[in-house]
Each structure stands twice: as structure tokens, then as C-alpha cells.
Design a protein around this ligand. Structure first.
Ligand SMILES: [Zn+2]
Length: 306
């Protein structure tokens, strides 16, 4: 049985690869305004700004939990593993399809990294990333926004042109594009997934060292109320949506989050964990499409999930 399903996955993988040539880039106008950001780095005092600028690019935008843009409090208080689409049906991408455009400002290597991220999610889930054709109303615009720089995204579909920012490598380091991991993380936000360590039950799994968190950023470690929260999956240390040990930390020897399970590692940005994969598929109804697709995506999650 195992042997059979493994073979089947390989067949599907090859078929998918042949059927999905990489899309061609399209010309695109500049974006001019970022008025949609509710809070970002520019709202903090000089010291805090300086600290953010030296931090991980997921942290440096200075938005809600570091990298989440324009979130309303309604949204904040009613999520579970991701956005509750029965509460916010408009935040779900229609037909599990995400039209996207990658800015011409990226180098070809950076474009490839971003494409790999989208391709990986598209392979493991029923989400269909299609190049923006200029006609579809909603689309993801992947763009290296300069202020606030860093890696950041909205949660779920916002409607119309939706920016997802990935800062390209510079002399200081790889920023958001050292590999596809950070692009995967931000794209999962855009699909409606939140940070794993915000779960109401996270104190059973990680210790938050409040004294090690830079003061103005303590709110980034807020938990969710259980009133509006249910969990379909176990706490996932391996999630690509989990903070690392030193997010918003006051220094190298000052971890902010420490896993309670001794062998657990947090903050990986290599790829979707098995549970991340199940979450996205569940959120978008991929398993309900047909017994064939259920088997297909479960197999991908089990084999390719970290
Ligand atoms: Zn994030």
C-alpha cells in the first residue's frame, strides 16, 4: 500500500511539472501609496526604529507581529488556525486561485526564488497560483516595498491589488530571499494563516521570556482568546509560521521564546511543515474536492512536509 501511494505521488509530481511551465513576467506600473498600513516602523521612536532596522527582515517592518499589515481588530479576535472563512468569507481567495505578479524590480535569481515558493505551495496544496492577466479583479503583487522594507503581508485576500513585500538581498545579507522559505511564510499569511505562537494554548509548548523582549514590541507576543478559537491541529513547533527563538529579542543571549520540549526547534524557514500543509489544504477545502485529491494532497503533505 505504501509503495503504491509513493509511486502515485511521483507520477502526479511529474504530470504537474509538465503541465505547469513557469509563467512569463508582465510589465507593471509602479506602486505609489502605502496608506493601507495601519502601523509600521515609522510609528515607533528613533531607538525602536534603529533596533528594528537591524533585526530579522520579518521583524523589521514593525507591523503587527512584525510582518502583518493592515489587520483590523475584528479579524484579530475571530481567527483559529487561520482566518475563519465562515466569518470572513471575503478573505478567502475565490476557487482557491491566486493571480500574482512579481515585480520587474527583482533580479532573475530572486524571481526564481519567489517562483519556487509559489510552486512549492501549489504543489502541496490545491491552491492555484496563476500569472496575473491584467483582467482579474484580485491579485497578489509581490513587490520590494522600500518603506517599510522587510518581509510582510496582509492576512487573507484583501480585494483588488494586494501587496506582499519581499526585500531583496543587499550588502547586509540575504534579507527575504536567501531561499524560498520567507516567501512561503508571507504567502501563507496572504492565504489566511497566522503565526503559530499566537495560539491560546502556546504557553503549554513555549516559554515567553518577557524580560528579553524589547519593550515596545511585547504586544507582538499576544495570545488569542479561546472564546473564538478552535484548533484542528496539534501545536506545531515545526511550522514555517512559528517565530524563532530570538524574534524581538534585546540581545543575542536573550531568547524571547524557548520551546518546552527539549528537542524541539522553532522558527524554521525551509518549507511547509506537514501540519502547515494540512492546514492550508483544510482551509481551502482541498480534501473535500474528491477522494483522489484527498489522497493526493495528504500524500504530498506526508512525504514533502517537514
Ligand atoms: Zn509572519
Amino acid at each position: 500500500m505504501m509503495h503504491c501511494s509513493g509511486l502515485m505521488v511521483i507520477v502526479i509530481l511529474v504530470a504537474y511539472t509538465l503541465a505547469s511551465p513557469l509563467p512569463k513576467p508582465m510589465p507593471f506600473p509602479e506602486i505609489s501609496t502605502l496608506s493601507f498600513l495601519q502601523k509600521s516602523i515609522v510609528d515607533y521612536d528613533r531607538n525602536a526604529q534603529l533596533n528594528l532596522k537591524q533585526a530579522d527582515p520579518e521583524v523589521s517592518p514593525g507591523m503587527w507581529e512584525g510582518d502583518i499589515a493592515g489587520l483590523s481588530f475584528d479579524t484579530y479576535y475571530t481567527w483559529r488556525l487561520g482566518l475563519r472563512f465562515e466569518v470572513f468569507p471575503e478573505r478567502r481567495w475565490k476557487n482557491a486561485t491566486v493571480p500574482y505578479h512579481i515585480s520587474h524590480k527583482y533580479s532573475s535569481i530572486d524571481r526564481e526564488t519567489i517562483q519556487t515558493a509559489l510552486y512549492t505551495i501549489g504543489l502541496m496544496t490545491c491552491i492555484d497560483f496563476v500569472p496575473y492577466d491584467g483582467d482579474s479583479e484580485d491579485y497578489l503583487l509581490i513587490w520590494p516595498v522600500e518603506e517599510p522594507a522587510g518581509c510582510w503581508s496582509f492576512i487573507g485576500r484583501t480585494g483588488g491589488q494586494q501587496v506582499l513585500s519581499l526585500q531583496p538581498p543587499d550588502s547586509q545579507g540575504p534579507k527575504c530571499l536567501g531561499g524560498p522559505g520567507k516567501a512561503i511564510h508571507e504567502t501563507l499569511h496572504a492565504l489566511g494563516i497566522f503565526h503559530e505562537q499566537s495560539r491560546a494554548d502556546r504557553d503549554d509548548y513555549v516559554t515567553l521570556n518577557r524580560e528579553n523582549v524589547i519593550k515596545p514590541f511585547l504586544h507582538n507576543f499576544a495570545k488569542q482568546s479561546l472564546v473564538n478559537t478552535t484548533y484542528d491541529f496539534e501545536y506545531d513547533y515545526a511550522s514555517i509560521m512559528h517565530y524563532g527563538t530570538h524574534f524581538f529579542s534585546a540581545g543575542k543571549d536573550k531568547p524571547t521564546l524557548v520551546p518546552k520540549r527539549r528537542d524541539a526547534r522553532i522558527g524554521q524557514r525551509d518549507g511547509l511543515s506537514r501540519t502547515d500543509c494540512y492546514k492550508v489544504n483544510k482551509l481551502y477545502g482541498c480534501f473535500e474536492r474528491s477522494p483522489y485529491e484527498k489522497l493526493k494532497y495528504e500524500s504530498f503533505c506526508d512525504i514533502l512536509g517537514l
